[in-house]
Structures are given as structure tokens and as C-alpha cells.
Design a protein around this ligand. Structure first.
Ligand SMILES: Nc1ncnc2c1ncn2[C@@H]1O[C@H](COP(=O)(O)OP(=O)(O)OP(=O)(O)O)[C@@H](O)[C@H]1O
Length: 787
């Protein structure tokens, strides 16, 4: 709806007024921030000058303590005030160029007039400290802006539901204090603004979407009811964006109780971490913790095993299977080991181990068995059967420590100890002598120094030698977890009984051979790492983190039920937000987020809410129409009405012709202003090849799994590392049938193509992938180069 020049002028005048007020308040505030900072520095520097330290008697100690406490309180009060004012000033500085992006005029039922509510990234109050000149987008009233078109609307407050009428809904684009775009909208968030925002180029970092949050995304952001929120959303539907704004919302809503470091985001890879790391700071919030599941596995098992990472696994899965006799068994194994069936098998194994079959390691000392595994077994199974497995392990640990104490004392009499006495160095003698002196000071009676010294030295020698046994006991290393895990693959009868009533996978024999082979080389395949750790913790007791209150899992389709079960146990006090797209499940195991799944069962029906996003914002209409054709249920995906060229598919008999074509396309894209370009490949090897082929034609960067952050430019990248990110233009390096024809590769192909915002190019030397030839030919343009 058009806005009269007069109204535009009035709105600009208001922007100017708000900026004036911001500047004025900042002028008052900033010197105070500076002063407080100086005071904090000063107090820290002279902390001890103000404290009278006197420890002569109890009263003096108390006085010293009180004076220290007082000084510490002054310091922490100044630090708090400084932090508070600094945050306030930062917020105002952030508002200066763009004070707000939306306005609604809301007439509450039963009230006289309507209120103008201007919505921005944070609230700004007039000098009276009461009048809201700008409302933070996370305030209850601001939800009207996202949830309703003009007309009746309502919002939730702690005091109850407020109903009324939205008389006007206006949107702004304000840059450096100038209104560049202004319109009234009859819809939720007008498509004009979204068009404008989405037509921009992709950057090396994700952007905030607060000005254009869509209603269904707002449901994700503000959902605060259930323990578990599951979001299944099409590629580019804003899952990651919604998750990040959700973090900002929760930090605001629960600002007195929730801190950023109590929230953890599990990301698909470290690159993604850097891609999303600027969103929260842009919104004036601190970043939450970010990690990957692999990091956690590595942290827990990295010292014992050479753990395969998920990218090595996917490389294996994607490579040509012709020369790999293990291939079908491994794929079968990957699926099975990620399944709820295998989880149940391990849980039954835990119950079984409570009754029999535990495996302990002998304690050996100087070539002989000190405590045998049989003794441990007898002790272990002598405990009451009702005691839980990890508690029995703790009891056994305590028993072992007691046994070691007795054995250690006996050992002092052994001949080898006497012999060792001769080899002690001066330092050790000196130590024994001073200990003896100390003892004698405590004990008036006096000693025969020589005998005492010898006894003490012997005790020291044995104690030192028993040290590793004690530490092994404290770390529960007497439980042979690797052997227990191996046993599952060695004892066919046992596995069969534990799996019952579910069947073991068809290729169980081969899976066992493969797994045992890898374990014998101290290698832990990625598919075994979580089950192994789960078994270990189920025996030894689960580690828990009770500080974290919220866990977000992005690209959740790539997590197994096992991993979810694990996260639930690891963070017992946390709520969970799980975001994914089943159509982008690129790993051989995958989790569906639709229907009754192990993920949905994690916290039970009552505690779980599910939201499905159908609309895709990232790609142009043409690209969505092309890519959704690759999926069975693709027609559910709605493109956002943003136009661009149709995807371009080029075939040629010779790869060299395609490389020339690609170089030309990159140059043309640059000329059109598309600076972020992704050349997406299937594997790391293909990426290396593409990089070398195209070297010199553009400013290329090869992205590997250990590349720490994205940079602008032409990136050559394997599809599995491009997960979650986007480019102005995507060039699919090899879309041939030879490269993509297996059904298991469909989702990888789809994921690669859906990374494109504005332009998509596919190249194929020889016949094209059936994923393209099966599409409606009107959804793309085909070019054939003939040489
Ligand atoms: N409401 C919105 N306003 C503006 N831009 C949006 C909105 N929602 C999504 N986008 C944009 O759409 C693109 C895709 O968003 P995002 O990466 O969050 O989607 P996703 O569902 O996580 O995608 P994928 O699963 O394909 O990785 C981003 O550029 C994001 O900024």
C-alpha cells in the first residue's frame, strides 16, 4: 500500500527524533561508562591498599576477612554497574543506524485510543524511563507484528491474553538513519520486505531475520512450553535462522535466570559454527556454546581409540564400492548400529551383565597376578542383585582400593623392596628424613631413627609402585569395556539372545568380522563410537552436565536415535530443540523427524511438540521448482515468490570443455554481482580435482573438513561440508550419471543443489544423472556442447 509523501516525511521526522534522543542519552551515558571502568581498574589495582591485613589473633583475622569482603563487594558492585551501563550503551549504539523496522498501531479492547508500537532489535525508553519509544522484538506486544495481519490480534502476557485490533502494520528499511523503504502491509510480514531482504547476496556469515520473521517461524522462536521441540523443515525454510533467533528470545525472556553459556548448539561441522557465529552478537546477545558431536566423542574416547570422524565415514560410503568387499556389510552395520534396535540390544546387555558375564582385567604386579579377574567377578556378583550395575562397579572400586591397601602393606616385606633401597637417590633419602623429623616433632616419645627410616623408605617405594594400580582403580579401568564391546561381535549366541525379539541384521556375520578387524587395530569406526560410549557409561554411570539448560541440535536428521538418547542423558536438566530435514539425510544412517520416531519418544508425547515448515526462502522459485522434483513428497515444498533464471544444465563429451564453460560461467556470475559462489563436489577427492582443474580461472579456495571458517569468494567444497550454508550461485561440478545414480545418493544431490540462492548450474561429461533426467524438462535449460 502506498504511503503519501507527507506521511513519509513524518516517519522520517520520527526517526530523526529518536536518533536525537539516542544521541543525547548516549552523551550522558558514555562518560559514566568510562568513569565506572576507571573505577573498576582502580579498585582492582589498589585492592590490597584498602584491606587491613592482620592475622595476629582470631579477632584480627575476622576483621581482615570482613575488610576483604567489603572491598570485594564494592568491586563487584562497580563491575555490575559497568556491565549494565555498557550493555545499555551498546544497545543504543546498535539502534542508531536502524532504530526499528516495524510499526503496528494497536487498539486494545476496551481502551480509548490506539498505541503506536515501533519494533526494533532492542527496547529504547524515553528519558522518563517509562515510555517505550522502541519495543524489543522479543517483548510480548511485538509478537503481534509477526503473528497477525491488520485486523483482530492478540498476544500473551504474564497477566493473561490481551486482545484488540491492529489498525496499521507498517514496515521500514532504515539505513544510517534514512528511511529507504516504507510500506503498509495487508499481510503478516509483507512479501515486499522479504523480497528485498532475500534478493541480497549471500555472505560468509549468516544474517539475522528479526525484521521478517514469518508466523510459523515465530512459533518456533517463542515456543516455551514443551521439553522437546522438533522442527522438520524443507531446505532453506529458515530452521537454523529460527533456532538462532530462538536462542536470543529465550535469553531475553529468561534474562534473570538463563545465561548464554547454559545453551549449547550442536552443529554439523566446525565450519558451520563459524558461519552462524555472528548472528547473536548482531542481536546484542552473547554467543551460546557451539560444538559438534564428534568433538564430544573425541573428548571422551580420543585417548583410547583412533576414532573415525563422520566425514571419513561418508567418504567411504560415497566412494566406488567396486574394490571394497566389506562395503555391503559395513553399510548394513552403519544402519543397524544407529538403530533403536541396537540401542535396545545394549540395554539388554546391561541387564545381562548385572547377572553374569562381566569382564574385568587382572591386576598384575611385577609379573604376577595380584588380584585376578576371577576374584573380581566373585566379589562383583556377591553384591545384592538389585543393586544397579554402575553402583556395583563403584562398590567393586571401593573393595579394590581396600584390597590394594592390604596388599601394599604386605608387599613392603618383599625382597625386591630391600634391594631397591640400595638404589635410592639422595633426594628420596632426604624426603624420608624430613618426614621422619616431622613425625618425631609430633610425637614426643622418640624413635629408633635407622629402623624407622628404613620402614618409611620401604613404604614410599611400594606406594610409588602401587600408584598406577590405584589410579587405574579410581578411573574404573578394571572394567574391560573394549572386551565387553567386542564380545557382542564375538559371541553369536549372546548377540542373538540380546537382540530378541528383533532380528539381527542380515549380514551380521560379516558385520562382526568387519567390526572386530577394526577394533583389533584400536580403530573405532564412527558408527561404533556412540554405542561404545553408551555401553561404557551404562556400566560406569552416565556423565551428566546439569548446568546446560537448553540444547539445540541442527541437521538433526544426521543423528541416530542412539545419539539422541545420549544427549538426553548427558543434559538431564535441558530442554531440547531439534531441527532437521529428512530429505537432506546424507549419512547412511538417518533419523526421520516425522511420525512416531525414537526422537519423538525421547521425552514422551506430552512433552513434545512438532512444527513443520513447508516454505522455502533461500532459493528462487525456479530453483525450488527444479529441486523439489527430486523428492517424493517435494510438492509440499512451497517456493517463495522470488524469481531468477532457471537452473542451467550443461553436458559435453569431454570434461575439459566443461571446465572452460565453468570458468566462463563464474566470470559471468561475477559480472552480475554474485560474489559468493560454491563449486560443490561429491567427495574430498573430487573437490581436489575440481580445484586443480579450475585453478587460475578464478580466486579459488579449497574447503576441507578442517578449514576453520568461510571466506568470501569461489569455494570448492564437498557437499557434506556445505550442509547448512548457502551461496549466491552453486555450480555442481559433476552431475553425471556415473557420479550420482544410486538411490542413496539422491539426498546428497538434493542437498548440494539446494545450497543455491539465485543461480544453479549443473555440469556433466557424458550421460546426466537420472536425478535430473527424471525431472520435468521445463524446470531447467539444457545445453549440449559438441566438440
Ligand atoms: N523470515 C525470514 N526472513 C528473511 N530471510 C529468511 C527468513 N527465513 C529464512 N530466511 C533466509 O533463508 C535462508 C535459509 O535459511 P536457513 O539457513 O535458516 O534455512 P534452513 O532451513 O536451516 O536450511 P537448510 O536446512 O537447507 O540448511 C537464509 O538466507 C535465511 O536468512
Amino acid at each position: 500500500m502506498s504511503i503519501s509523501p507527507e506521511e513519509w516525511k513524518q516517519e522520517q521526522a520520527r526517526v530523526d527524533l529518536i536518533r536525537d534522543k539516542l544521541t543525547r542519552q548516549l552523551l550522558q551515558l558514555e562518560p559514566n561508562v568510562g568513569q565506572l571502568k576507571d573505577q573498576v581498574v582502580d579498585i582492582r589495582k589498589h585492592f590490597w591498599d584498602e584491606v587491613t591485613v592482620n592475622l595476629a589473633n582470631d579477632d584480627d583475622v575476622l576483621e581482615t576477612f570482613l575488610s576483604m569482603k567489603q572491598q570485594a563487594e564494592i568491586l563487584s558492585e562497580r563491575e555490575r554497574s559497568h556491565r549494565h551501563l555498557k550493555k545499555l550503551a551498546d544497545r543504543m549504539n546498535r539502534l542508531l543506524p536502524t532504530p526499528y523496522f516495524g510499526r503496528i498501531d494497536f487498539k486494545e479492547d476496551g481502551s480509548g485510543g490506539s498505541e503506536r508500537v515501533y519494533v526494533g532489535v532492542s527496547s529504547f525508553l524515553d528519558e522518563d524511563g517509562e515510555t517505550f519509544l522502541v519495543y524489543d522484538w522479543r517483548t510480548p506486544i511485538a509478537s503481534l507484528y509477526y503473528d497477525f495481519p491488520p485486523g483482530p490480534g492478540e498476544y500473551d502476557t504474564p497477566g493473561g491474553l490481551i486482545r484488540g485490533d491492529i489498525e496499521l502494520k507498517r514496515q521500514f528499511i532504515i539505513r544510517n538513519g534514512r528511511i529507504e523503504f516504507l510500506f503498509d502491509t495487508g499481510m503478516m510480514i509483507g512479501d515486499e520486505l522479504l523480497q528485498e531482504v532475500l534478493s541480497k547476496g549471500a555472505g560468509s556469515q549468516m544474517k539475522t531475520i528479526v525484521a521478517t520473521i514469518q508466523k510459523e517461524q515465530n512459533r518456533i522462536i517463542r515456543n516455551d512450553r514443551t521439553r522437546m521441540l522438533i522442527v522438520q523443515g524443507a531446505a532453506g525454510s529458515g530452521k537454523t535462522s529460527a533456532a538462532l533467533q530462538r536462542v536470543a528470545y529465550l535469553l531475553y525472556k529468561h534474562r534473570t535466570t538463563l545465561k548464554a553459556d547454559q545453551m549449547v548448539l550442536f552443529s554439523p561441522n566446525p565450519l558451520f559454527n563459524s558461519y552462524v557465529s555472528t548472528v547473536l552478537p548482531e542481536l546484542g546477545e552473547e554467543n551460546m556454546q557451539q560444538t559438534t558431536f564428534q568433538d564430544y566423542l573425541h573428548h571422551r574416547l580420543g585417548r583410547k581409540f583412533d576414532i573415525e570422524d563422520p566425514f571419513e565415514q561418508i567418504e567411504y560410503v560415497l566412494q566406488d564400492e567396486a574394490n571394497k568387499p566389506d562395503y555391503p556389510a559395513r553399510i548394513d552395520g552403519i544402519r543397524y548400529k544407529a538403530s533403536a534396535d541396537f540401542l535396545r540390544l545394549i540395554q539388554r546387555y546391561r541387564d545381562h551383565l548385572g547377572q553374569e558375564d562381566m569382564i574385568f582385567r587382572d591386576y598384575r604386579f611385577r609379573g604376577r597376578v595380584l588380584i585376578s579377574h576371577e576374584q573380581m567377578l566373585a566379589q562383583f556378583y556377591s553384591y545384592d542383585p538389585s543393586i544397579r550395575l554402575p553402583n556395583k562397579v563403584v562398590l567393586l572400586k571401593e573393595w579394590l582400593l581396600r584390597e590394594l591397601k592390604v596388599l601394599e602393606q604386605e608387599e613392603r616385606k618383599a625382597d625386591w623392596v630391600r634391594e631397591e633401597l640400595n638404589y635410592l637417590d639422595n633426594e628420596q633419602y632426604h624426603q624420608a628424613y624430613s618426614r621422619l623429623r616431622n613425625r618425631q616433632q609430633d610425637d614426643e616419645a622418640g624413635f629408633d631413627d635407622a629402623d624407622q627410616e628404613e620402614e618409611l623408605l620401604k613404604a614410599m617405594i611400594v606406594k610409588e609402585k602401587f600408584k598406577p594400580l590405584r589410579s587405574r582403580t579410581r578411573n574404573l579401568r578394571f572394567v574391560d569395556v573394549p572386551a565387553l564391546y567386542r564380545k557382542l561381535f564375538e559371541d553369536r549366541g549372546l548377540a542373538q539372545r540380546l537382540a530378541d525379539p528383533e532380528p539381527l541384521p542380515r549380514m551380521w556375520e560379516e558385520i562382526c568380522a568387519y567390526t572386530l578387524g577394526r577394533l583389533s587395530r584400536s580403530e573405532l569406526p564412527y558408527e561404533d563410537a556412540t554405542p561404545y560410549l553408551y555401553l561404557q557409561e551404562t556400566i560406569e554411570g552416565f556423565r551428566t552436565n546439569t548446568i546446560v539448560r537448553h540444547v539445540l541440535v541442527d541437521e538433526a536428521q544426521d543423528y541416530s536415535p542412539f545419539q539422541f538418547e545420549f544427549l538426553k542423558r548427558l543434559f538431564p536438566r535441558a530442554r531440547m530443540t531439534v531441527l532437521g530435514d529428512f530429505n537432506q539425510a546424507i549419512f547412511a544412517h538417518s533419523t526421520t523427524l516425522q511420525g512416531q520416531t525414537p526422537v519423538a519418544d525421547l521425552y514422551g508425547e506430552e512433552e513434545t511438540e512438532r512444527i513443520v515448515l513447508h516454505r522455502s526462502y533461500r532459493s528462487t522459485k525456479e530453483i525450488v521448482e527444479f529441486t523439489r522434483g527430486m523428492l517424493q513428497d517435494g510438492m509440499d515444498i512451497e517456493p517463495f515468490q522470488r524469481e531468477g533464471g532457471k537452473p542451467q544444465v550443461t553436458t559435453a563429451p569431454m570434461p575439459a570443455d566443461l571446465v572452460r564453460r565453468m570458468a566462463g560461467d563464474i566470470a559471468a556470475l561475477h559480472a552480475e554481482g554474485h560474489l559468493s559462489i560454491g563449486i560443490i563436489c561429491k567427495t574430498a577427492a573430487e573437490s581436489e580435482l575440481a580445484y586443480n582443474e579450475l585453478l587460475g580461472t578464478a580466486d579459488l579456495r579449497l574447503i576441507r573438513k578442517d578449514t576453520p571458517s568461510f571466506e568470501k569468494g569461489v569455494l570448492v567444497i564437498p557437499a557434506y561440508l556445505a550442509k547448512g550454508v548457502e551461496f549466491d550461485a552453486v555450480l555442481l561440478y559433476d552431475a553425471s550419471a556415473a557420479n550420482y545414480s544410486r538411490e542413496t545418493q539422491r539426498k546428497l544431490f538434493y542437498t548440494a543443489c539446494t545450497r543455491a540462492m539465485h543461480r544453479l548450474y549443473l555440469y556433466s561429461a557424458g550421460p546426466l544423472s537420472p536425478f535430473v533426467t527424471a525431472l520435468d524438462p521445463s524446470t531447467y535449460e539444457l545445453h549440449s556442447i559438441h566438440t
